[in-house]
Design a binder for this molecule. Structure first.
Ligand code: ADP
Length: 423
């Protein structure tokens, strides 16, 4: 297929996603639990944008001609050298359950732009939008066999894909624990890997922060999608001069959120993906409370099935508590005071993760100094969880290998071939 034909195909897929935005958002809510508006106005349009963004790349994948300094060619001969870019081959894309459609789009769009074929395995909890996307891709004219969607559990279907000798690359988003299993499984044929793993992202609120922006921003950073977001700002460090205000206002925001069926338009937060996840969140909170943490608001499961977890603000947390070290993946904000910026940075960097973080201040110098000092793949200034296909996204430390989105996102699916000729 020509690069232009690939680009048109990706664009058609984007158009079809948009034409079915209500249906896909509804499917995501029924499957995952998230509020309809999160899918309808956020994740589903963002999935279409992934295809549009990479549609433009497919015609701009270029090699180079390279003048060389080699001097041992036969007398009278010259060297002519150039590179070409080739698709890496068969990609296994393995995606999580928090934002199923968007996570699939983030892998499919660049892989197809590069000319790869893909076997997509969505999370076992949330496979429906991937399957519907497969139907839309057929409708868009994708040739048979280019994208294959295989459902199933991680430990068998996922593991089989990551160990399969005919798979050239694994693009994975999920937990650090499973990421490490994939590294091991992939070693047989040394698959190329892109791993977008867990996070424990800090949000640092300096004394001069504009609270009218910081409170809703930090609150959205942790409570959106009920905290089931890899970059969720779960560790909030507030300067002591604004600490009480942050705790009070965050607790008021959390307490004012409406929980309920995701399809109800009044609802801010639906249930977590399942009861098991809500129980897991509850276990973190219970353990933290027995270790001395205090609940400012929330701290309980709700609903007939117990799958809801109410937005929760926790204080008196210590850096060694499990709730401060591990990814909870629930609507739980832990707020800690600090006196000096250096102390906040030490707290922020005291984590095996390095996925993202945010800083809230009116001071330009402080903002960029903090951005430079936090070890993480993305830093937001006066915002949190802002994403777009052109912004690279990836983890430092144990939050991953490689970057998705942008030009780097395409590179994940390309090999370089150097051709060096004596002419
Ligand atoms: P989460 O914590 O978001 O559930 P997981 O890392 O458990 O993340 O799962 C993310 C994806 O990885 C899912 O599609 C899941 O089925 C898959 N998965 C889980 N275990 C394995 C494994 N051993 N090998 C490959 N994929 C796996």
């Amino acid at each position: 297929m020509t690069p232009s034909a690939r680009g048109k195909l990706l664009w058609r897929i984007a158009d079809l996603i948009e034409a079915h935005v209500d249906e896909l958002a509804e499917l995501e809510t029924l499957d995952q639990g998230k509020s309809f508006k999160t899918g309808r106005f956020g994740e589903i349009p963002a999935s279409a944008e992934q295809f549009r963004y990479y549609a433009g790349f497919s015609t701009k994948i270029l090699g180079q001609t390279i003048p060389t300094s080699i001097a041992y060619q036969p007398a009278g001969k010259q060297i002519f050298a150039y590179t070409t870019r080739e698709p890496v081959g068969v990609v296994a894309a393995i995606t999580p359950w928090n934002s199923p459609m968007l996570m699939a789009a983030m892998k499919l769009a660049p892989a197809l732009a590069a000319g790869c074929t893909v076997v997509l395995k969505p999370a076992e909890e949330t496979s429906l939008t991937a399957i519907r996307l497969g139907e839309l891709m057929i409708e868009a004219g994708l040739p048979a066999g280019v994208v294959n969607i295989v459902t199933g559990f991680g430990e068998d279907v996922g593991a089989a894909l990551t160990a399969h000798p005919d798979v050239d690359k694994v693009a994975f988003t999920g937990s650090t624990e499973v990421g490490k299993l994939i590294v091991r499984a992939a070693q047989g044929n040394l698959k190329k890997l892109t791993l977008e793993l867990g996070g424990k992202s800090p949000a640092i609120i300096l004394s001069d922060a504009d609270m009218a922006i910081a409170i809703p921003g930090v609150s959205r950073g942790i409570f959106a999608n009920s905290g089931q977001v890899c970059v969720a700002g779960s560790r909030i460090y507030a300067h002591r001069s604004v600490y009480d205000e942050v705790v009070d206002k965050l607790a008021a925001t959390a307490g004012g959120m409406t929980l309920g069926h995701g399809l109800d338009p009044k609802v801010d937060l639906g249930p977590l993906v399942n009861r098991k996840q809500a129980d897991r969140v509850a276990a973190f909170i219970d353990e933290g409370m027995s270790d001395g943490a205090e609940i400012a608001v929330g701290g309980r499961q709700e609903g007939e099935t117990g799958a809801f977890y109410v937005p929760t603000v926790v204080t008196s947390v210590r850096p060694d508590m499990r709730m401060m070290r591990e990814e909870i993946f629930g609507p739980v904000a832990a707020v800690t005071p600090f006196d000096e910026v250096e102390e906040a940075l030490a707290f922020a960097n005291d984590s095996p993760y390095g996925l993202a973080g945010s800083v809230w201040t009116r001071d330009l110098s402080s903002a960029h100094r903090v951005a430079a000092a936090v070890k993480a793949g993305t830093i937001w200034i006066n915002c949190h969880s802002y994403f777009s296909p052109e912004l690279p996204k990836g983890g430092h430390k144990q939050s991953g290998w490689g970057y998705e989105n942008g030009g780097q996102g395409l590179e994940n699916y390309l090999e370089t071939k150097t051709v060096c000729a004596v002419i």
